[in-house]
Design a protein around this ligand. Structure first.
Ligand code: ASP
Ligand code: MG
Length: 423
């Protein structure tokens, strides 16, 4: 059995969904779990609904209606506007849940509200995809992933409860496979044991697919994207980026760790743990081979070009002890504890005698409380509007090319990787 993941770009409108159905038609009757994200930019639109509701701007209902119109329009294209079909009522049920919430004053914590609202995107997209596939003769069952993907209650960044998820996934998926049908389910979302909806972090659908692949011991997992595979750099930033045919899990983890946005960073571990190949390929050119991520022995390291990852909107945070005590083990662990507490990741860090520097993503809702707490014990300085450039398998030419005309604030260099914090 295999697991496929289709991201937002692949199902951005009715034509996108038709294309996904055409790809899946080739696999009709095969045991397959299809994980789908929200259509196009729906998640962003739902984030706006969340903000409007939480801040009581009075705009939430209108913003939600925009989301409704977009989905109804797609459904009308796919189903000839036959509003008697159950897919319309199914979508409306999901809207009703949210509308009931919007009618009340926002009392719950922001992150909880966020997950209840933002999860709507995946529920709607899978309703459309599943119904259209059945309509096109690709028989499948729609699975509410919240019934099997169980998490803790870290809203917006929930952690999987593997034990419960393990048996729930088997219980829900295997019977459908036995009927030679596909399973169509949501990426990115899950639920606590008490059935409160959670999300796994933005772009988390890849991770969902990896969880299914791991538990079901899939033959392969495929992520269908709008790029031909994994490229040596983001083609929007580096025009001569090339496709890499094969990568090891190790290399893929390193790339995503440094911020390559090809796949969600958490995706590799569940796949690697079971030795499952991960294929990244294009939904626009489904006959082309993409990139295969597999064990180290399947890859020729010398064939890997310099891989460039550019992370924008970075902050360089510098903290210094107030009393000139050394930044040694005690201070370092205190600082890192605060980073962990506020879920801020150091993309690069360095320490000197009485100071510590870290390059971090500029995510105000995490960074502001962190800095507040750091200020109690340290003096801090922040440089903003920076980029973090990471080059794996770097060459002198590659380093030259990306640091030319830039002010380098910090540089860190190892045998295979160089990182530059630049302005
Ligand atoms: N729809 C979610 C997002 O845009 C999850 C995903 O696309 O993987 O973040
Ligand atoms: Mg998405």
């Amino acid at each position: 059995m295999q697991v496929f993941k289709f991201g937002g770009a692949s199902v951005k409108d009715a034509d996108g969904i038709r294309n996904v159905a055409a790809i899946l038609k080739r696999y009709a009757g095969q045991p397959l779990v299809v994980v789908v994200s929200a259509m196009g930019k729906t998640t962003n639109a739902l984030e706006e609904v969340t903000q409007a509701y939480a801040n009581e701007t009075g705009q939430a209902a209108d913003l939600l209606n925009k989301v409704r119109n977009m989905h109804t329009e797609a459904a009308d294209h796919l189903f000839n506007a036959d509003r008697s079909l159950p897919v319309y009522a199914d979508m409306e049920k999901h809207f009703l849940r949210i509308e009931e919430m919007l009618d009340k004053k926002p009392m719950a914590a922001y992150n909880f509200i966020y997950d209840q609202i933002v999860s709507l995107g995946e529920l709607l997209a899978t309703r459309l995809v599943s119904a259209y596939l059945n309509h096109a003769g690709v028989y499948n069952e729609w699975l509410d992933v919240r019934n099997c993907l169980k998490t803790d209650n870290t809203y917006r960044e929930a952690n999987i409860n593997w034990e419960v998820t393990n048996w729930q996934v088997r219980e829900k998926v295997l019977p459908v496979m036995r009927e030679n049908k596909m399973v169509v389910t949501q990426g990115f979302i899950g639920a606590t044991i008490e059935y409160f909806t959670t999300t796994l972090g933005r772009e988390g659908s890849d991770y969902t697919a990896a969880v299914f692949a791991n538990i079901l011991e899939a033959e392969a997992m495929t992520v269908w994207k709008d790029v031909p595979g994994i490229l040596s750099a983001d083609p929007r930033l580096v025009t001569d980026a090339v496709k890499i045919p094969r990568l090891s899990y190790y290399e893929a983890v390193e790339m995503t760790y440094y911020g390559a946005q090809v796949i969600h960073p958490k995706t590799i571990k569940p796949i690697q743990n079971k030795g499952i190949p991960l294929v990244v390929r294009s939904f626009l050119h489904p006959d082309d081979e993409g990139t295969v991520i597999h064990t180290e022995d399947t890859v020729d390291v010398n064939s890997i070009p310099p891989i460039v990852v550019i992370k924008k909107n970075q902050l360089l945070l510098n903290v210094r002890t107030k009393d000139f005590s050394f930044v040694a083990e005690e201070n370092l662990s205190a600082i890192y504890n605060l980073f962990a507490k506020h879920r801020v990741k150091a993309n690069l860090s360095q320490n000197a005698a009485i100071s510590f520097s870290a390059c971090i993503d500029n995510v105000p809702y995490k960074v502001e409380p962190l800095i507040k707490e750091l200020q109690e014990h340290y003096n801090e300085r922040i440089h903003s509007n920076l980029e973090l450039i990471t080059i794996r398998h770097y060459t002198p030419e590659a380093v030259m090319r990306f640091s030319k005309d830039r002010e380098v604030l910090l540089e860190q260099k190892g045998k295979t990787t160089i990182q530059l914090v630049v302005r």
